[in-house]
Design a protein around this ligand. Structure first.
Ligand SMILES: Cc1ncc(COP(=O)(O)O)c(C=O)c1O
Length: 390
């Protein structure tokens, strides 16, 4: 196709015309079961009536206001996020990368303000993904994403995933923070063991280092808790959110404590669109629906169904897939065959899935999905795997 759009994405040859719950209808009338959910964004599916209503009401009020003025919708959403977490202060932005970039700035400024001006290094883990800005790419240290974009911002030390010794050795007097996904999403649904997260917390506390959780993909109930790190009962210092927070509307947030936020004074950070009334009203409605529709309970019910269904498929297709990882509705299928072959076959069967690193196929369905649609997803994957002739 002769497209005027920059060639940065490899797209499926489909365009969708309408959506309802976990279903999308293509222009040529075919139905697709959406187990990608805009890559962990549409947690309430497509066209949720209450969310649409909130959008319409807000659109008829005020779309945008700059942060030169008080924005009550922002205040309300920030209070809710604090009440759901360790946090006492929130900064709103528009995307995941922006929230991680902001978290890095906050960690550095915290130590700078205390006179520790050299303490600016952030430790990260191999296989992580934190976004596509220069600093977030430098943080994740994935060379294939960095190639050609140098000079690369300094101040990041990547240690091998799961190597505690390497992690401990990377800490020095310049370490400001540890940036970690409680479950690596793009890296292939790699769950960080709970005792490992607790050990990292302990070391951070001992050394006075800030623990930053990137919950952009795992946050907002995706794993069956509001934040993925809650499974380990650890308290972060900074948390980033985006994706699901706006249920499909661009909205990101950085959460932290009063102590850490104290260096973020007037003028130290900003965003034109961050925290606009429209986005915040929608974010607030997302949180209201999560509560009203008992989304966390649904995640645990559906998760069990999907894990059971997938373990049956593991036995049946043991020459194509060999393992399941994840928590809640953040599920990864470990493939023997090339993962893209499986997602392409699933696509032909009308099931949308997402590839991830480590040759994994991701299932990220909307969190309000029904049991019958979850089972249908398993059926479609079964058929897709059967279609692959070795
Ligand atoms: C854990 C994590 N952090 C950050 C990002 C970047 O988010 P965005 O694409 O909204 O900038 C992503 C996106 O996939 C992510 O999974």
């Amino acid at each position: 196709m002769n497209s005027s759009i920059m060639n940065t994405y490899n797209r499926y040859p489909v365009s969708f015309e309408s959506g309802h719950g976990p279903w999308l209808k293509s222009k040529d009338g075919k139905d697709y079961l959406d187990f990608a959910a805009g890559i962990a964004v549409n947690i309430l599916g497509h066209n949720h009536p209450d969310l649409n209503e909130a959008m319409k009401v807000s659109a008829d009020k005020i779309w945008h206001l700059s942060n030169l003025y008080e924005i009550p919708e922002q205040e309300k959403l920030a209070k809710k996020l604090c009440s759901l977490s360790f946090a006492e202060k929130v900064f709103f932005c528009n995307s995941g990368a922006e929230s991680v970039e902001g978290a890095i700035k906050i960690a550095r400024k915290y130590f700078y303000t205390m006179g520790e001006t050299e303490r600016n290094e952030i430790i990260t883990f191999s296989g992580s993904f934190h976004g596509r800005t220069l600093a977030t790419l430098a943080a994740a240290a994935n060379s294939s994403y960095l190639e050609g974009f140098g000079p690369i911002p300094k101040g990041f030390v990547s240690v091998p995933f799961g190597n505690h010794e390497a992690f401990k050795n990377a800490i020095n007097e310049n370490t400001a923070g540890v940036l970690i996904e409680s479950i690596q999403g793009e890296g292939g649904i790699r769950v960080i063991p709970e005792d490992c997260l607790r050990a990292i917390r302990k070391i951070c506390t001992e050394k006075g280092i800030l623990l930053i959780f990137d919950e952009v993909q795992s946050g907002v109930c995706r794993t069956g808790k509001f934040f993925g790190y809650e499974w380990a009962s650890v308290k972060p210092d900074i948390v980033t959110l985006a994706k699901a927070l706006g249920g499909g509307f661009p909205l990101g947030a950085i959460l932290t404590t009063n102590e850490v936020a104290k260096s973020m004074v007037n003028g130290s950070h900003g965003s034109t669109f961050g925290g606009n009334p429209l986005a915040c009203m929608i974010g607030d409605k997302v949180l209201e629906i999560i509560e009203k529709e008992k989304i966390i309970t649904n995640v645990s019910v559906i998760s069990k169904i999907l894990f059971e269904g997938l373990s049956d498929l593991l036995k049946k297709h043991d020459n194509k897939i060999f393992g399941i990882r994840g928590k809640g509705l953040m599920i990864g299928i470990e493939c023997l065959e090339k993962n893209s072959l499986i997602t392409e076959q699933a696509f032909k069967e009308g099931l949308l899935l997402v590839n991830a690193g480590d040759n994994v196929v991701r299932m990220l369905p909307p969190l309000n999905i029904s049991e019958s649609d979850a089972l249908l997803g398993i059926e479609k994957l079964d058929q897709a795997l059967s279609n692959i002739k070795l």
